[in-house]
Design a protein around this ligand. Sequence first.
Ligand SMILES: [Zn+2]
Length: 425
Amino acid sequence: MFDLIVKGGTLPDGTTADIGITGGKITAIEARLDAEAGEVIDASGDLVAPPFVDPHFHMDATLSYGKPRLNASGTLLEGISLWGELRDIATVDEMVERALTYCDWAASMGTLAIRSHVDTTPDHLNTVTAMLEVKEKVKDYIDLQLVAFPQDGLYRTKTGRENVIRALDMGVEVVGGIPHFERTMADGAESMRDLCEIAAERGLMVDIHCDETDDPMSRHIEALAYETQRLGLEGRVAGSHLTSMHSMDNYYVSKLLPLIAEAGISAIPNPLINIMLQGRHDTFPKRRGLTRVKEMQAMGIPVGWGQDCVLDPWYSLGTGDMLDVAFMGLHVAQMSHPDEMARCFTMVTEVNAQIMGLQDYGLRVGNDASLVVLDASTPTEAVRLRPARLAVVAKGKVIARSARGDARLMLPGRPETVRRRHEVG
Ligand SMILES: [Zn+2]
C-alpha cells in the first residue's frame, strides 16, 4: 500500500516506470507496481522529472518591479541603486508577502529548491528577518537556501563585513560576495580571501556574484579559485554570473579554466539577466555577456542555469519557470546539438541540485518524493515547449496541478486538437 503512485510516466532517461511514494519518500520505482495506493496519478506518455532547482535568485527583491520607480537605463548599476532605496522602505511583512507569492508561482512550475541571495547591507537586516521567515513558511514544499549577500560590497560600506557575520549568526547558511563592486581590484581580491576564510571556519558553502561585468580585466574568479584550493573548500564553492569571462582574452581563459576545474568550483550563469544587462555600454557588435558555458563543461566544471530575478529592479519579466531559463541559456550559449539540448534540462535539475548540495534529491528509492509531471515526452521537448506542469509533488504531497496546453482547432479537414508534441528522428 502506497500513499501515492505516479503511473506509467517517462523518466528523463527514456525508461517508463511507476513510482511508489510512502511517508514523503520514494519507496519503489518499478516497471509496473500492482499495489493499492491512496492516490494514483496517471502519467502515461508524460515526462516525470525530478523537481526544478533554481541555484541563483533574489527573493527579497522579487515582485517589486516599478517600486519605488522603474529602472530607466536598464543597467545593473541603476538596479542596484534603486534596490538601495527600496530595501529601506519595504517592511518585513511586505517582503514576506511578495516572496510567498513568488513561491506560489515557483511551486506551480515545479521549482522546489531555490538558493536566494539576501542583501545584508542595511543595518536593520529586515531582508534577513523576512527571508528566514519565508524559509520556515515554505519548508514543506520548497527548500530555500539563503546566501548572506553584501550587495553594496563587503568593504565599501562601514558595516558590510559585520552584517554578513550577523546574518550568518541569524541562520543564513551560505557565504556570498561581490568582488567586482568593491572599491578596488585589490579590495575585491581581499574580499575573496576574507569570505572564503569565514566559510572555512564555519564549514559553510560559498556563492559569489563574481565578475558580473563586461570588463575583461575583472578576474576575481582567479582569486576565488586560489582561496578555494588553499582552504580546502573544493566542491563547496560557486561562482555566479562570471560574465567578464565572455570578454576575456582567450589565452588567459586557457589558463583560467583548468584552475577553476582544479578548485572544484561550480559556475552559475543567469542567461535571462546576463543577456538583458550585459553589453549595455557596447555599440555594435554588442556582446552577449554570457560566460563560456560549453567550454567550462568540456573541462568538467559543473555549470547550472540560474534565474536570478523575476519582476524586480534588474529585470522586468520572469515567470518562476526554470524551463524559460534553460530555453534562453540554450540559445545564447548555442547549445543546439541534441546532447546539449538535453543537458540544458539537467542544468535546471540534477546539476543545480549538486551545486546546492541538496540531499535526498532525485528520482531514486529512498529520496524525497518530489517530482514534476510535464506535458512533454522528453527533456528536450520540455525545454522546447515549456509545457504545463500537469502535477507537482513535493515531499509526497500533490501541491499543484495544471491542465494540458491543448488547443482546439476549428479548421475543416484538420485535427480537432493540437498538442505541438513532435517525435524527433
Ligand atoms: Zn544575483
